[in-house]
Design a protein around this ligand. Structure first.
Ligand code: CDP
Ligand code: CDP
Length: 224
């Protein structure tokens, strides 16, 4: 299999990357690789172990001792950190507030990117993240950059929280998202950036199936 036969989906928080990537992967029988979950798993481990989050070397040392598995099951994808199921806990407020700092370190990213390329090596995978089209898979046959207004992205997160019974404040969510986007876009190494050859889809007024269908159509056009 050719590793160019992969689909890269990048964009800011709440643009719909993971929901849409999962759907596209399901419909094309591709493997779904949530690269954000890997950075979140490391952040969770670092907070638990009390590792200084500004210390890239210490984080990388911690990462080298960790196995992060994206386990595909009928019900969805579970994230395992060594043997611990961290699928839910890596979405908590603490991890979300610190993940951009952890993922800003070059040494951490290089190790993660190596793991991600290995996972995508057989081709026929959909990867979502921030640097997939620009750095992880620069030769991917299809690159999509999903975006939406920050108001809409905050509203989506708010609804997600409401559905889960998590108390949250819309304005606060908007500020948190904007802050994370700013950190992700301005970091020195492999920042969040649209690849020159990416197709941009503004999802602000689009439904999930509409976005997924557009990507599947593009994949078919490119004979992926
Ligand atoms: O789902 P959400 O957009 O909230 O975030 P995520 O995809 O789970 O990613 C969490 C964080 O991990 C991002 O804010 C980035 O700081 C980092 N990340 C990254 O740097 N590179 C990636 N390829 C994926 C995520
Ligand atoms: O992965 P990312 O942070 O880019 O976004 P997500 O977690 O896939 O989507 C955030 C929320 O927006 C989810 O609750 C989706 O169901 C919702 N969504 C939506 O309402 N409309 C879209 N076109 C895409 C996502």
């Amino acid at each position: 299999m050719n590793k160019q036969m992969n689909i890269a989906i990048d964009g800011p928080a709440g643009a719909g990357k993971s929901t849409v990537a999962k759907l596209v992967a399901e419909q094309l029988s591709f493997l779904y690789i949530d690269t954000g979950a890997m950075y979140r798993a490391l952040t969770y481990a670092a907070l638990k172990e009390g590792v200084e989050l500004t210390n890239g070397q210490a984080l990388n040392h911690l990462l080298n001792g960790l196995t992060i598995t994206l386990q595909h099951e009928k019900s969805g994808v579970s994230v395992l950190l060594n043997d611990e199921d961290v699928t839910e806990v890596i979405r908590n407020k603490d991890v979300t507030a610190n993940v951009s700092l952890v993922s800003s370190h070059e040494s951490v990213r290089l190790e993660m990117v190596e793991r991600q390329r290995t996972l995508a090596d057989k081709g026929h995978a959909v990867l979502d993240g921030r640097d997939i089209g620009t750095f992880v898979l620069p030769d991917a046959k299809l690159k999509v950059f999903l975006t939406a207004s920050v108001e809409e992205r905050a509203r989506r997160r708010y609804e997600e929280h409401q559905a889960k019974g998590i108390v949250s404040d819309l304005e606060q969510l908007k500020n948190d998202i904007a802050k994370r986007d700013e950190l992700d876009s301005t970091r020195e190494f492999a920042p969040l950036k649209q690849a020159a050859d990416a197709i941009v889809i503004d999802t602000t007024t689009l439904s999930i199936p509409e976005v997924a269908d557009s990507i599947i159509e593009l994949a078919k056009e490119r004979a992926i």
